[in-house]
Structures are given as C-alpha cells and as structure tokens.
Design a protein around this ligand. Sequence first.
Ligand SMILES: *Cc1c(COP(=O)(O)O)cnc(C)c1O
Length: 341
Amino acid sequence: MQQIDLRSDTVTLPSPTMRRAMAEAQVGDDVYGEDPTVNHLEALTAEMLGKEAALFVPSGTMGNLIAQMVHCGRGEEVVVGDQAHTFRYEAGGSAAVGGIHPHTIRTAEDGTLPLDAVRDAVREDNVHYPRTRLLVLENTHNRTGGRVLSLAYLQAARALCDEVGIAFHCDGARLWNAAVALGCSPATIAAPFDTLSVCLSKGLAAPVGSLVVGSQPFIHESRRARKLLGGGMRQAGILAAAGLIALTEMQERLVEDHEHAQRLAEGLTASGYRVTHPIESNLVIFEQPDEGAAPAERSAVWREQGVLISPIGGRRFRAVTHYGIERQDVERVIEVIGQTA
Ligand SMILES: *Cc1c(COP(=O)(O)O)cnc(C)c1O
C-alpha cells in the first residue's frame, strides 16, 4: 500500500533533478575551502538572505548551536521562548556544549514572544546576573502550528535588541515557508536579524543540510565553531548540489503545501476534529474529540490504512504537508481520519 507520510516535512525525498546534480557535482575539500559547489551554495544563500556570508552545516540543530556559541560566551544568556525548537528539541546543546544559560519566556499562541517580557528578561549589569547576549526567534514557529511572525513584529523586536544592546538570531528552519506565506522575499524577513540558521532539508526537500548566515566576521567565527563540533565535511559538494536545486527550484512550490494544509484543516474540522490554530503555512495541529479511541490507537488505525500522522501529546496530532504530497493524498487522509472521528 502507498503510504501518505505527514509526520514531518523532513521525510521528503530528493527530487530526480537533485539526484542528477549530486551525481555530477564538482567537489573538493571543503575544510580547505576548496569545494566549488559548497562555495556556490554559501554565496547564493547569503545573497538570497541579503547577508555577507553563509556556512554550510549538516543540520539545523548544529546551525543554531553554532550561532548561539558565536554570539554567547560560557555563562552568558540567551532569551528564548519556552516553545522554541532550540529550547525543546536540540538536546540542550546550547547549555551542554556552549555553556549558555537559557532564559525562557512564555511563547504566545502566535509564535511571538511578547516584547515587554523580552525587555524584562534582559539583565542589568550586576555581578549576580549572567550577561544577556542574544534573542532567538523562530519563523515559521513549529510548536504553535507553523505560525508566521509578521514583519512589523520582527522590526519591533529588532528595535528592542538595538535599544538593550543584544544580538538577534532567527531559527529559520522554515523561513522559506514564512516568505511564501507573507508574499515577500526571504531577504525581507532576514533583514531585521543579525544571523539566521536556515534548513534545506525540510520543505525544500534536500536530503541533508542547513546554513548559518550573517556578517563576514560572524561566519569566520562560525567556521571555527563548526570544526570544533565535528561538522567540517570534506567533499560536501555532493550534498550542496542538492541544496542548490532546493534553493532555486523548490521555494515557489511551497504555496501548494500551504494550500494542502488549508484543505486538510477544513476537512478535519468538517469531520469533528478541532484545528487548534489558524493555518498560515504547512503545519496542521489538531485535537481529537473527547470520546473514542486514544491518540495512539487512532494513529495505529490510520497507519494500517497508509496514513502516518504523529500524536504530539494530550489529544493532539501534528500533520505536515510537503513535497510529494498531492491533492488526492490530502483527500485520502481526510477520508481515513474522518472514519475514526
Ligand atoms: C527541524 C528544525 C530545526 C533543526 O533541524 P535539524 O536539521 O533537524 O537539526 C530547527 N528549528 C526548527 C523550528 C525545526 O523545525
């Protein structure tokens, strides 16, 4: 049976064009800076995001860790949302490896951090306190259902960072989805930030890879941090070749994923599920009715019928639309899930 896998957009498989590009990629030793395909990918990403430089890294987790380590010394503090990916799902790396103290504040339902709370979190100069160095925001925001942070909000957050003298980093694993949702260029969303980490391996469907993006000196330091973490790769052009296709051919089609998420949310609502948030990108978080089978049982029934969706705690599930999921797949999912409502 054909499986319709909506567990994540990380399950996307490389396109035939990516496979060909990977096979034919020109490569060299990237730790020596001699892989022309990696160099091309880094230059193109920096240009697309309107920053000076970029660094290819194996994962978004490493990208965020490198950025935090370059911005913050040991014992210094990052202000971060309690629902942020960097706080919840990156194995505590910033603390474990970077010695960075996370100062969490409550994430609002739209994925923003209230700016008065951010301001309160920033420490004054006092020997008792760690020094606050960095604010991290996430766009789109995963845990709140792919919510898109508005440009006005990002600009206000930038102004606050300037006022209190801290740096501003974006976990932009799905920045491309945010750009499509807002109808603006990725550079417009990147502009308020000092640095970003962006993923090629989510909706853009590359098999591996993320980039850290920022100023020339910041990327120089990031290259050292990448080596320290064991992320210096050799003939990585094989991977970067797929990344170039991801950037140039896979951004526009994200519109389809967002339409599919809208349709899925409508269908689920019509069958008695509650979608917990407005659909702004490719994530649909929904809650089952009080009665009936438990989430784990339901997802097992769906799986038998070829539909993979993960329970995420409580009565909730998360479905993610992505490359390889077509309109008829969405209709099939609605049918299968509707039967157990
Ligand atoms: C997936 C993801 C990451 C990290 O990506 P990996 O490549 O899986 O390490 C970071 N932030 C967010 C919001 C993500 O969804």
